[in-house]
Design a binder for this molecule. Structure first.
Ligand code: SF4
Ligand code: SF4
Length: 305
């Protein structure tokens, strides 16, 4: 494959992600609306009727314990949520949290608000939180995951629904949404103007669960140090503020497998950041850093145009 065709392939992959995200957003919005109308006896032809609980894999995840021990599901959770949870688990084992980066409509919603934040704050956007504080805050979502899992196990109910901004967004007309859910949604909307994907970074229990797979996923993000020119553009492209430019392999628990860092719009040197099978040990030839500031005979995308 020529360099040019490899580049356009990457550009295409980036556009495909945005199309896939928009498609899932519409699908979830339409399905949740049809499900709510069906409960009131109004059926929309050709549109599947399903509640958000039937298509949210996190309901399946918090049901695993009850299912294994008692053979039953947590109240309101559907079998389809368990199927989606298992599918999400296999995908995460292979590619990391692709569900977060490509499918989750609430991640997409935050990204869309983030575009407005970028317009308002330019380069300052997504850089407001001091990095030391940010690093600590990012572990909060594991506390949320532990609390939600424990409370769901002892109560047999979907405890997180009352605090879930995702549920509030797609059911805002319903009496099922608690005030706390609306408060959480309002907070996420405001914070998304300053920070990209704040809910994913700091509070999402499903993102926390999926993030664990970044530690041992089969395919992951690798940087080819010998061709890297240390321009840091990949860091700026990463919605999760991960320092790709200093990583041999991205094992950060916050990676959402969005592939933005692999795009030629981010990295100017072709084939420098890629999603590849991750061996247990990365070969030295792939990890020796390029001399800082010396580009040698490395050709950037701009050189080729
Ligand atoms: S490291 Fe790359 S794939 Fe992972 S979140 Fe950042 S931009 Fe996306
Ligand atoms: S964008 Fe590419 S060349 Fe620049 S620092 Fe990142 S990996 Fe290196």
């Amino acid at each position: 494959m020529t360099t040019k065709s490899a580049l356009s392939k990457k550009k295409g992959a980036r556009n495909i992600r945005h199309i896939v995200q928009a498609a899932f957003f519409v699908l979830v919005a339409v399905t949740a609306t049809a499900g709510a109308l069906a409960e009131k006896g109004i059926a929309i032809p050709f549109i599947p009727e399903a509640s958000l609980h039937a298509i949210c894999p996190f309901g399946g995840v918090v049901s695993f314990w009850q299912l294994l021990n008692f053979g039953t599901l947590v109240k309101k959770v559907h079998e389809s949520a368990v199927v989606l949870a298992v599918l999400g688990l296999f995908l995460a084992l292979l590619f990391g949290p692709v569900i977060c980066g490509w499918v989750c409509p609430f991640g997409t919603f935050q990204e869309w608000i983030g575009k407005l934040g970028t317009k308002l704050f330019g380069k300052k956007y997504n850089n407001f939180v001091p990095s030391k504080l940010d690093k600590v805050l990012r572990y909060l979502r594991y506390l949320v995951l532990a609390w939600v899992s424990y409370m769901t196990i002892i109560s047999g109910k979907l405890i997180f629904q009352d605090y879930d901004p995702y549920f509030a967004l797609f059911n805002f007309w319903s009496s099922e949404v608690a005030v706390t859910g609306f408060v959480a949604l309002g907070l996420v909307i405001v914070l998304s103007l300053f920070v990209e994907r704040p809910f994913c970074k700091y509070a999402c229990p499903y993102g926390a669960f999926q993030g664990i797979f970044n530690l041992f996923r089969v395919f992951g993000i690798r940087r080819n140090a010998p061709t890297c020119i240390s321009c840091n553009k990949c860091n700026k492209a990463c919605p999760m503020n991960i320092e790709v430019s200093t990583s041999k392999v991205v094992r950060d628990h916050q990676c959402i497998s969005c592939l933005e860092c692999t795009s030629d719009a981010a990295c100017p040197v072709p084939a420098t950041v890629d999603m590849l099978a991750l061996p247990g040990r990365v070969k030295d030839s792939f990890t020796k850093p390029a001399p800082k500031g010396k580009r040698g005979d490395i050709q950037t995308t701009a050189d080729k145009e």
